[in-house]
Design a protein around this ligand. Structure first.
Ligand code: IFM
Length: 444
């Protein structure tokens, strides 16, 4: 039996746009994802998050199921346009009421709420003002953080400001694959800077307005980067991708500066940084949330953007997303974060896999591959703790099957199956397996 430390926070995660639905109910304003998903051709199956898992109406049932499975924590995000429909200005009390009730219900069920303020659904009204490329939005974000903290701060201990700023910057503004669909690398870097700045500003607000024991962090999607060969060009390529994916965010947060090699490499597309910004970004963090799915293997290729190409390791197993199953990458990553950045505490805030799940005639969903994936990663997480890594919790992505962004509903990540016709929830075998892990506080 691999036992975890007492009090280890076992949880599952979701995000607002991916599960809530009710996109235009009770005074909610539109977000950039509402706009984007409604543009024909943007989402592979032509779907939207209009209804999603209908969690906005079914949250009681969902919390009851979390309790049944024994979850110790639930990571969810708050929809900014549900709380402040225009992004700034008047609050929507019905929106705040929704999260208020959810937090109460979780606490009553003995489940720790783990709140993310931004999981990609910027109010459209702020996009109309330039979105994250506009520095003012960082300040509107901290006003939004204050509004949420005033309402929930007496009961919520764990806060994260942003989820995966790299995705917001690059998929949203560099390559145009995500909302708001902009293709402009210079803007992507400016957006990344404003996201980091807004994190620093909001973090301060959460500390001022939250409980004295509030724990404030940010969630990064990190990936160990490996060269495809020993060739020196591949080594340079892997350092560059590490700078692009990992260090561009870690260095400002933990060292107060952008990595010098990447700053030089980006040349005239570097962001505008005002005096005081870096100190604001590098203010104290209580923990770092890490979303880990796979490693990144790269090779030098002069024909590609930044002279880099991603390589598929054909001999490995891959998930439905085409991502290599590489559990030891989690170990490598967490150990590095402590050694190189002296991260004070860590949570795995997302880890999981999409597989082709089927609801069998007997009503069961036998997702053995997901169980194997989770087991292997949890084992690596345990190994890091043995070596002194301050890992405090682990969240499966995801609690429910949900709207997987540009893939629509075609990729199922949940430990709970959602029948999108009836919206019935059916725990998969992985959910029952995970419930046993939680009950035993460890792996058999
Ligand atoms: O579904 C996403 C989530 O919103 C952010 N992290 C990765 C998940 C799987 O792609």
């Amino acid at each position: 039996m691999l036992k975890f430390p007492e009090g280890f926070l076992w949880g599952a995660a979701t995000s607002a746009y991916q599960i809530e639905g009710a996109w235009n109910e009770d005074g909610k304003g539109p977000s950039i994802w509402d706009t984007f998903a409604h543009i024909p051709g943007k989402i592979r199956d032509g779907s939207t998050g209009d209804v999603a898992c209908d969690h906005y109406h079914r949250w009681r049932e969902d919390v009851a199921l979390m309790k049944e499975l024994g979850l110790k924590a639930y990571r969810f995000s708050i929809s900014w346009p549900r709380v402040i429909p225009s992004g700034k200005g008047p609050l929507n009390s019905k929106g705040l009421d929704f999260y208020d009730r959810l937090v109460d219900a979780l606490l009553e069920a003995g489940i720790e709420p783990f709140v993310t303020l931004y999981h990609w659904d910027l109010p459209q009204a702020l996009q109309d003002l330039g979105g994250w490329a506009n520095r003012d939005v960082a300040y509107y974000f901290s006003d939004y953080a204050a509004a949420v903290a005033r309402r929930l701060g007496d009961r919520v201990t764990y806060w994260t400001t942003h989820n995966e700023p790299w995705v917001v910057a690059w998929l949203g503004h560099g390559w145009g694959e995500h909302a708001p669909g902009v293709r402009n690398p210079k803007m992507a870097l400016q957006v990344a800077h404003h996201l980091l700045l807004s994190h620093g500003l909001a973090g301060e607000v959460l500390r001022d307005l939250g409980r004295p024991d509030a724990q404030v962090g940010i969630v990064l999607d990190l990936s160990p980067v490996h060269p495809a060969s020993e060739n020196p060009n591949d080594l340079i390529a892997s350092q560059r991708v590490d700078g692009f994916r990992n260090r561009w965010f870690l260095d400002p947060l933990f060292r107060g500066s952008y990595p010098a090699d990447m700053w030089a490499f980006y040349g005239n597309i570097v962001p505008e940084v005002k005096p005081g910004d870096m100190a604001q970004i590098a203010r104290r963090l209580d923990f770092l949330g890490v979303n880990y799915y796979t490693r990144t293997v790269v090779t030098y290729d002069p024909k590609e953007e930044f002279q880099i190409r991603r390589v598929q390791v054909e001999t490995s197993e891959h998930t439905e997303m085409g991502w290599e199953v590489y559990p030891q990458g989690l170990y490598e990553l967490l150990v590095r974060l402590v050694q190189e950045y002296e991260v004070p505490a860590l949570f795995v805030t997302e880890n999981g896999a999409a597989f082709n799940d089927n609801l069998a005639p007997d009503g069961r969903v036998c997702d053995e591959k997901r169980i194997q994936y989770l087991r292997a990663h949890i084992r690596e997480a345990h190994r890091t703790i043995q070596e002194g890594v301050p890992l405090r919790g682990y969240f499966v992505w995801s609690f429910l099957d949900n709207f997987e962004w540009t893939h629509g509903y075609t990729k199922r990540f949940g430990i709970v199956y959602v029948d999108y016709k009836t919206l019935h929830r059916i725990p998969k075998e992985s959910a029952y397996w995970y419930a046993r892990v939680i009950a035993n506080n460890g792996l058999d």
